[in-house]
Design a protein around this ligand. Structure first.
Ligand SMILES: *Cc1c(COP(=O)(O)O)cnc(C)c1O
Length: 373
């Protein structure tokens, strides 16, 4: 088998055509026409009113938290089992991330454990749709409503994922997407905030561009501290082309995810992420957790796959294990057994949109034959 990377972008639509057009027209900054076109197309795809393109997913989260007016003295509930960016964005606004353990089946934040973490300082719950599987949003919203909290989404891994017929990004007050090269839709580096709220959208546009006034003539006097989080026209050109084929890329990922599950679930001792009943995962990454029943350790399996030119990546370590967050003052001594289990036993298999059915069958066959159950 040829080397199979964990993830490769698939850029087989109008990407090159649009980028070429942007370059040959000289419109390469954020002023070009593709930025608004991409924002409109992607917001429409998610079923929300506004999209605000930015230069990556982490700053999209920072902008969202900024416009929700979350700041020093506030606490934001986030899953312990997530990528570090979810927590970093909370730190950027000066608030404190508070961690909740993962649900053992869906690997998303466990709604039943949130209430115990709420204090008088809690302002929001960040729903992170891990590996493209949406959180149990009704349960999160119910907790939020009981305590007067805002729900926002880190939808960086969940382009096109659905919950009760609505798409990720349209399931809360404001959401952040990433278009990093390994995400289901990509611009290389990039991000977007999406929201139905007109004033939150305006605030995002204002802060994104150093607080230049949105409508008034430019006086070069700035009333507020802003950021430069703009996306370039070149990135947006790729993003528009990707969005045109969003359903196609989504369906590829879903097909791969289902095939992996069908084949891997026949092998004893492998634990897979479950989709929640009301949702439709887009299987951003196909991960598995190796249990003792498999008869080989995670490391043995990873090395065996490597010897067959199959690339893998370890799952992230939970937030309570992060020295940076402990030093920042986060509560890291609580127990997070599910997050620890996933971090210690989990890894991703090749998951890019360009995988072939025969690749997946070959990978699963190698894993099945290596079992010593
Ligand atoms: C990728 C990712 C981000 C950050 O996106 P960048 O574009 O890399 O900044 C945030 N949250 C989650 C859950 C992610 O997977």
């Amino acid at each position: 088998m040829a080397f199979l990377p964990v993830c490769e972008p698939l850029l087989d639509g109008n990407e090159l055509k649009y980028v070429t057009e942007a370059v040959s027209g000289g419109w390469i900054s954020s002023s070009g026409k593709y930025v608004a076109a991409f924002e409109n197309a992607f917001a429409a795809y998610c079923g929300v009113k506004h999209g605000i393109a930015v230069c990556n997913g982490t700053v999209a989260l920072h902008l969202a938290l900024t416009e929700l007016k979350i700041g020093p003295g506030d606490e934001v509930i986030i899953p312990d089992f997530t990528m570090i960016a979810s927590a970093l964005a909370v730190c950027y606004v000066g608030a404190k991330p508070v961690f909740v353990d993962a649900d053992p089946l869906t690997w998303n934040i466990d709604p039943g454990q949130i209430e115990a973490k709420i204090t008088a300082k809690t302002k929001a719950i960040m729903a992170v749709h891990i590996f493209g599987t949406v959180c149990e949003m009704d349960a999160l919203q119910a907790v939020a409503d009981r305590h007067g909290l805002i729900v926002l989404e880190d939808a960086a891994e969940a382009h096109g994922a659905e919950y009760k017929g609505r798409k990720a990004g349209a399931l809360s007050s404001i959401a952040a997407f990433s278009f990093f090269a390994n995400k289901n839709l990509t611009t290389g580096e990039g991000g977007m905030v999406v929201t139905n709220d007109d004033s939150l959208a305006d605030a995002c546009r204002y802060h994104r561009n150093m607080c230049f006034p949105l409508d008034a003539p430019r006086t070069y006097l700035h009333q507020d501290i802003g950021f430069n989080y703009r996306m370039s026209n070149l990135h947006a050109a790729i993003g528009l082309a990707q969005t045109e084929r969003a359903d196609h890329y989504r369906d590829l990922r879903i097909g791969h995810g289902r095939l992996y599950r069908q084949l891997l679930s026949q092998i004893p001792g492998l634990d897979l992420q479950a989709d929640q009943a009301s949702g439709r995962s887009v299987f951003w990454m196909n991960g598995l957790s190796v249990t003792p029943r498999y008869g080989r350790t995670r490391q043995e399996l990873i090395e065996h796959l490597k010897s067959h030119e199959i690339d893998t990546r370890l799952f992230f370590n939970g937030m309570h294990r992060q020295p940076a967050l402990r030093d920042y003052g986060c509560e890291c001594s609580d127990a997070y057994p599910e997050s620890d289990r996933l971090a210690d036993t989990g890894f991703y298999l090749p998951s890019g949109s360009g995988l072939k059915t025969t690749d997946i069958e070959g990978i699963c066959d190698i894993i099945a034959r290596f079992a010593r159950a």
